[in-house]
Design a protein around this ligand. Structure first.
Ligand SMILES: NC(=O)c1ccc[n+]([C@@H]2O[C@H](COP(=O)([O-])OP(=O)(O)OC[C@H]3O[C@@H](n4cnc5c(N)ncnc54)[C@H](O)[C@@H]3O)[C@@H](O)[C@H]2O)c1
Length: 351
């Protein structure tokens, strides 16, 4: 039995990952360390909360005493760091918490992981640390080309800058101490349990409630979409087969313009749920400050070295996702009550 700490496991990707791992393996005990910010939701983990291989600990990755005590109490083999402030819009209005969690929190986790890795097997065995990062650290692409692992880091938003800071500290621990770490940089995820501030669940939720569907700028910004279960399988592969110190880009050539995403959701809901959901709900709003134009991942390295490629095309994944939100309206109502309403009524006040 091996034990892993998964941080941020009550968030969108972290909760999908915990469910994925507990369903796939019997030999891992998973400790979910999550602060439960506005984005953390234990409801996501209801299906595994009684699993004897699962333990939830509420806490901050910046809290060295707490993190150290987890390493002391449990024989930790893996740390997978999902915990982050993750929303670009929020980073524009409140950048400091992004630096705190995404840079200092990462540094704290790594530092304690290093301490126990050094204790273990004279620097040879023990803790492997995996940093879950983003393609946004590479900046923005023009009309052609893709992000490769060797693409220079050129972040623009406070979110992507803070993720870059975290990545560079992880890289330093690999370069300096030869600590066994990996960094994964993936494209935009979508799927079940994504907080309704992100594009796809926001559009589904607003459309079902006949609210305007906000689209930044001309709607032609391009993101490369990855179904969350494919991201989970990529992390699983990197965790077990990734070469120490390496960075792996995770994506699968599913680039789409934002407006295409919005119209696809409208098309599905208009046809299957309510014919009055149509393009008139779309509202173009002032562009996000410093909005990156295009992201596109080159996934050749992870495909070639580790044999991973996503199983889900965008066309299949988006249908599965919309169906999930339709089948889980209570989940959506719960996450969109309270604080969410206050935040978004000021955020989209122009709508
Ligand atoms: N969602 C995407 O499309 C995407 C794409 C690329 C990379 N990523 C990265 O994947 C990771 C997970 O993203 P997500 O979309 O699931 O995010 P999320 O916002 O849904 O979840 C983040 C989780 O981290 C927790 N958290 C925040 N600060 C914490 C702290 N200081 N200590 C402990 N827990 C804390 C929150 O409570 C929440 O449960 C992030 O590191 C993000 O940068 C996400």
């Amino acid at each position: 039995m091996k034990t892993m700490i998964v941080t941020g496991g009550a968030g969108f990707i972290g909760s999908n990952f915990i469910i994925y791992m507990l369903n796939k393996y019997n030999e891992y005990k998973i400790i979910n360390l999550d602060k439960l910010t506005y984005a953390g939701n234990l409801e996501n983990l209801r299906s595994v909360q009684d699993n004897e291989n699962y333990l939830f600990v509420q806490g901050d990755i910046c809290d060295s005493e707490l993190v150290d005590s987890l390493f002391q109490k449990h024989d930790i083999s893996y740390v997978i760091n999902f915990a982050a402030e993750s929303h670009v819009d929020r980073s524009i209005t409140d950048p400091e918490i992004f630096v705190k969690t995404n840079v200092l929190g990462t540094s704290n986790l790594l530092n304690i992981a290093k301490k126990y890795w050094e204790k273990n097997g004279e620097f040879k065995e023990g803790v492997k640390y995996l940093q879950v990062s983003t393609d946004e650290v590479y900046g923005s692409l023009g009309e052609t080309g893709y992000f490769m692992e060797t693409t220079p880091l050129d972040p623009h938003s406070p979110y992507s800058a803070s993720k870059t800071g975290g990545d560079l500290i992880v890289k330093a621990y690999a370069d300096t101490y030869k600590m066994p770490v990996n960094i994964t940089r993936c494209s935009n995820n979508y799927g079940p349990y994504q907080f309704t501030e992100k594009l796809i669940p926001l559009i589904i939720n607003n459309a079902l409630n006949k609210k305007h569907l906000p689209v930044y700028g001309d709607g032609k910004n391009i993101r490369d979409w990855l179904y969350v279960e494919d991201h989970c399988s990529a992390i699983d592969v990197v965790l077990h087969k990734g070469n120490p110190g390496e960075v792996y880009n995770v994506g699968g050539h599913n680039e789409r313009e934002n407006i295409y995403i919005v119209k696809t959701i409208i098309g599905y809901l208009g046809e299957n749920v309510d014919s009055s959901i149509n393009d008139t709900l779309i509202k173009y709003v002032e562009d996000r400050k410093g909005h990156d134009r295009r992201y596109g991942i080159d996934p050749e390295k992870i495909k070639r070295e580790l044999g991973w490629y996503p199983a889900t095309s965008f066309e299949i994944g988006i249908k599965k996702t919309i169906k999930w939100y339709l089948d889980n309206k209570n989940w959506m109502e719960n996450v969109t009550s309270g604080d969410y309403q206050n935040y978004y009524s000021s955020m989209y006040e122009k709508i």
